[in-house]
Design a protein around this ligand. Structure first.
Ligand code: DGP
Length: 114
């Protein structure tokens, strides 16, 4: 797949406010936060979108969600709650085509989403 801004962040070609890293996942603060806490969890092995994910990606997708949940717990965000979002393609509002999980917290979320 084509390189994206997130690929550049993973390679440290451009800076980001990194809050978590392990072998498979990098997490950094969103440049345009939509909540007091807005962190993006990104797999180091890029998948363009959820629509492109394959059965062989199941473990990586699970690690991404578990990393977001562990971070929320460690940061004391889990009791009040939080929202995780994966935008997919145009109608989903995806703008960066390197699959990522948004973790939004620190305020009450609304439903239905906009
Ligand atoms: P999405 O619309 O779901 O594809 O989310 C992409 C998010 O990425 C959006 O909330 C803004 C954020 N973003 C875009 N460029 C950068 C960047 O260079 N650095 C950081 N930290 N976030 C970025």
């Amino acid at each position: 797949m084509a390189d994206t801004i997130f690929g550049k962040i993973i390679r440290r070609d451009i800076p980001a406010d990194i809050v978590y890293e392990d072998e498979d996942v990098l997490a950094f603060r969103d440049l345009n936060p939509q909540a007091p806490v807005h962190v993006l969890f990104v797999p180091k092995r890029a998948i363009a979108s959820l629509d492109e994910a394959q059965p062989g990606d199941a473990e990586l997708l699970g690690k991404l969600l578990l990393a977001a949940a562990a971070y929320a717990r460690e940061q004391g965000l889990a009791k009040d709650g939080y929202r995780t979002v994966i935008n997919c393609n145009e109608h989903g509002g995806q703008t960066v085509f390197h699959l990522h999980v948004h973790l939004l917290a620190g305020r009450r979320m609304h439903w239905p989403p906009g």
